[in-house]
Design a protein around this ligand. Structure first.
Ligand code: EPZ
Length: 418
């Protein structure tokens, strides 16, 4: 099990490049199951979750060929419409193949994902939506069996809770359904829009992606396409906070400033100087005069829950009290106790974390618990004095491509030890 050893106190300066978005690449790969023709995907990040998704696709009958930096995915037919427990238990986003499998071959058997560190994370809304499109759902022995032998038919789906992969799963189910479907209270994340762009290139008829109401007219079949995945806004946001927390100055390239509005606004308010550099870069410069800024996570375009832990690490360094409210997941404070071990003063009260800032952090041995908590600990370690050893960095490897190389390239003292 790898660890990261970090010597804190270094200021980050220079240019750092963002990879393709993990949370866009996952549904894009799942969408390849919807056609027997070849789909070319560029910008797929080399992170663990995508290796898992590739294994899942190959298990169902897809062949995946890396061709000069992008993936060629061809699924001549679905030979095994199932997602086995041993793969699903390592990645809950496996439920993204549920919709495509039912749409493509009328049946799917997907392991229930089970809980995870940040919450129960059920997939009841995915199943509700499939039933609204005419599938019958059975659950037994820890597996979901969805079937629609006569194919899916268009329907109206209302999401009680906004769900990102729920919206994506059902968009992929609806594109081959007979008739029109409407998804109401849909997620508006850029990754949903990116998936709709890919599906449209494949011949789907979708309107309203990026808004709360998505209309889909089913078509008979989809064709192959070529698509580049959008840059990872969460990786970009993590590096902007890294510049701030180390008192540094970073140009973050290959990103989409228009996907980072809430973070850029919040960092400006907190005293971080952020400017857009062209259409695909931002420059984050610490000004030394930080102010504490309360924050509440919201669905897009609000402040992303996936940047909450990283933002909290920054707020331990600023004067005053910061109230952080996590409204999306019920247990996304696993990083708090580890930050406290490094000297932070944070108290949890229900959904809120109260951060008493301007605390000097000192390096310590810490343990990562989930993907974004690991990023938070890495940011704190770079700001702390002394050495931090972060254990279980496989969590980090799920969603950040070569993060220690990228950070070392702009001055961080971080190395991976097995
Ligand atoms: C996606 O997860 C992301 N993952 C998460 O990123 C992200 O934190 C989350 O959206 C919120 O933005 C991928 O896109 C692969 P949700 P998802 O369904 O779709 C409840 C990361 O770090 N809910 O939008 O699983 C759920 O419990 C990961 O990259 C139901 O109740 O999240 C949560 O409270 C972590 N029933 C809320 O909705 C359902 O059927 C939002 O979850 C589905 C969700």
């Amino acid at each position: 099990m790898d660890k990261l050893v970090v010597q804190g106190g270094r200021t980050l300066r220079g240019e750092i490049e963002v990879s393709g978005a993990k949370n866009s690449a996952l549904p894009a790969l799942a969408a390849c199951l919807l056609t027997s023709e070849t789909v070319h995907l560029a910008g797929i990040p080399d992170v663990r979750d995508l290796i898992t998704m590739r294994q899942l696709l190959e298990h169902t009958g897809a062949t995946i060929k890396p061709v000069n930096g992008h993936l060629e995915v061809t699924t001549p037919s679905i030979v095994n419409p199932e997602a086995p427990y041993e793969l699903v238990k390592t990645m809950r986003a496996s439920s993204l193949i549920l919709g495509p499998l039912v749409a493509r071959c009328g049946t799917a058997r997907v392991s229930m994902p089970g809980g995870c560190a940040i919450g129960a994370r059920p997939i009841d809304l995915h199943l509700m939506g499939l039933e609204r499109l005419g599938a019958t759902i059975r659950q037994e022995h820890g597996y979901i069996e969805a079937s629609a032998p006569q194919g899916l038919r268009g329907g109206r789906i209302y999401f009680d809770t906004i769900t990102v992969t729920g919206t994506e799963d059902l968009m992929m189910a609806a594109v081959l359904a007979d008739g029109e479907s409407i998804l109401e209270n849909a997620a508006r994340e850029p990754e949903v829009v990116d998936l709709a762009d890919l599906l449209t290139k494949m011949g789907a008829e979708i309107e309203g992606a990026g808004t709360s109401v998505i209309r889909i007219r089913g078509v008979k079949s989809l064709r192959g396409a070529t698509h580049r995945i959008i840059p990872d806004r969460i990786e970009a946001g993590t590096y902007a906070i890294a510049a701030a927390i180390t008192g540094g100055d970073l140009v973050i390239s290959n990103c989409r400033p228009d996907h980072l509005g809430a973070l850029i606004h919040k960092l400006w308010q907190a005293g971080v100087h952020i400017q857009e550099v062209g259409r695909d870069s931002i420059r984050a410069t610490a000004t030394g005069a930080f102010r504490s800024q309360d924050m509440s996570t919201e669905e897009y375009p609000g402040f992303p829950t996936d940047l909450q832990a990283q933002y909290m690490a920054l707020m331990t360094q600023v004067e005053g009290i910061t109230i952080i409210r996590e409204t999306i997941f019920e247990n996304r404070y696993m990083h708090v106790q580890e930050l406290v071990r490094m000297g932070a003063n944070i108290r949890i009260d229900g959904r809120e974390a109260i951060v008493a800032g301007s605390r000097k952090l000192t390096g310590a041995p810490v343990i990562a618990s989930d993907l974004r908590a690991s990023a938070s600990l890495l940011l704190a370690a770079m700001a702390a004095s002394g050495e931090t050893v972060i254990d279980r960095v496989y969590h980090l490897d799920r969603g950040y491509e070569r993060i220690e190389e990228k950070l070392a390239g702009v001055g961080a003292l971080v190395e991976r030890v097995s």
